[in-house]
Design a protein around this ligand. Structure first.
Ligand code: GLC
Length: 444
């Protein structure tokens, strides 16, 4: 009798778990963000988008050195760094072609560096001469035509903006351990007026769908007036989305380079370089292969996040061939597997399948992402549903399967073996769809 009671208790607990599962798992936030109990409707396009392209474009591409950090860390003088202004021509800049390539990659949005920590503005700011119109041979606003081209292609436009400005005469920090001043409220207030003024310019001219802030670490939320910045941006444009680098007053978390194994429950986005640099550096050929990029992307999808994959155009505006090749291969793969990517949800907990998974919006299709070279039989454990059809995503091939080990007297599901013929393998990563007879139901 005792055993029966224990059994009933166990069944009750596991049913509660299954109800909360498959999307629940122990999660910790990677970055502080403002998070309500309910998903914010303005975030819907973002959480469905899954892929964005980050663009680090600035004068640092001229000599191919680290953006801003190279003078901050005194690897070269400030003057030598700024000499790059003279080489920033943007002579082959083709914003429409950029937008076409971004669209082709399968990305749904792009984020362009309007101003990095070096303070050089890529738009025609009226609040400082340090901009590409006044200070470089490019002699024109580079943000406006890109935002227009993105929108013409149905893509969302995000603006990267660094709060700190190591060039501005009223900003306190100049270089590592070098300050222009300390504790001068008047100068700080002047800087904040400038800072807010530039945000206002960008907001009114471009109505960004997303603000990608950076550089909040040199001052506290109070010093930046982070809450006030959030309020102003949302007053000017209520639907805009803010990343987390606003001292905790953003809408989504932004892990960088390293894939979070326990990603936050709320919206998040992994930003990642293709090689080891954000901007263009001619000698940096340490590119990830398309397989490595797509593998990380599948892990991001599994965790319910977005990937913001970075490119670094050259000073003349051409996108390096290596980067174009990765975007094109990504595009082939994302268009073939679109149904398993866009609008899907976080995958099932690890243990049921050796690889990343996603679940369709209605919870009735389970997508399995097969690691490189997977062929022969793949295995799914603990799936209580009846599977109506198993097929290869992108070409519809029906797959044979077998359930082994099912005992009629036990609730434990049998083990599902699926045959994936080598001839059907995608050269990068095959995706298999399991159409279920109801919503995903797992035995834990
Ligand atoms: C880091 C880098 C910065 C880069 C950013 C992109 O903060 O310091 O240069 O722009 O990452 O996420």
């Amino acid at each position: 009798m005792k055993r029966f009671q224990f059994y009933c208790f166990f069944v009750l607990i596991s049913s509660i778990w299954v109800l909360l599962s498959p999307f629940a798992s122990a999660q910790t936030a990677t970055d502080p963000v403002i998070a309500g109990d309910e998903p914010d409707p303005k975030m819907a396009w973002f959480t469905d988008a899954r892929l964005g392209i980050f663009i680090h474009w600035g004068i640092y591409a001229v000599d191919g050195i680290d953006e801003s950090w190279s003078f901050f860390n005194k690897y070269l003088s400030y003057e030598d760094y700024m000499d790059q202004l003279d080489g920033f021509t943007a002579s082959n800049y083709d914003p429409e072609a950029w937008a076409v390539l971004i669209k082709e990659s399968g990305a749904q949005y792009a984020v362009l560096t309007t101003k990095h920590h070096d303070g050089v503005a890529l738009w025609d700011t009226k609040l400082s001469d340090l901009n590409v119109v006044d200070a470089t041979p490019a002699k024109r606003d580079l943000v406006a035509p890109f935002v227009k081209a993105l929108r013409n292609k149905g893509l969302k436009a995000g603006l990267y903006f660094s709060h700190l400005d190591w060039s501005h005469p009223d900003y306190d920090v100049f270089r590592s351990n070098e300050y222009r001043y300390k504790d001068d409220p008047e100068r700080w207030a002047r800087f904040k007026t400038f800072h807010m003024g530039q945000l206002r310019e960008l907001s009114s001219q471009f109505k960004p769908d997303l603000w990608w802030f950076d550089g909040d670490w040199e001052h506290s939320a109070e010093e930046w007036n982070a809450e006030g910045i959030r309020d102003s941006l949302l007053t000017w444009q209520p639907e805009t989305i803010l990343n987390s680098r606003l001292n905790g007053f953003g809408d989504y978390a932004t892990p960088e380079q390293g894939l979070p194994l326990n990603p936050s429950d709320g919206p998040w986005e992994l930003c990642m370089t293709m090689n080891d640099s954000w901007g263009y550096q001619d000698h940096d050929l340490n590119y990830k292969t398309p397989y490595q990029v797509i593998h990380t992307f599948a892990d991001v999808l599994n965790g319910g996040g977005n990937l913001l994959l970075d490119i670094g155009p050259k000073a003349d505006g051409t996108i390096p061939d290596e980067q174009v090749a990765i975007l094109k291969e990504l595009g082939r793969w994302t268009s073939k597997h679109a149904e398993a990517i866009y609008g899907t949800k976080r995958g099932i907990p690890f243990g049921h399948f050796y690889g990343p998974t996603t679940v369709s919006a209605d919870n009735r299709i389970l997508y399995l992402f097969l690691p490189n070279g997977s062929k022969g039989q793949i295995v799914v454990k603990g799936l209580k549903n009846k599977v109506d059809r198993i097929r290869i995503v992108g070409n519809g091939t029906k797959l044979d399967s077998q359930i082994l080990g099912k005992q009629y007297w036990s609730d434990v599901p049998g083990i599902l073996y699926i045959d994936v013929p080598e001839s059907e393998s995608d050269p990068i990563m095959t995706v298999v769809a399991l159409q279920l007879n109801g919503e995903v139901d797992l035995f834990r």
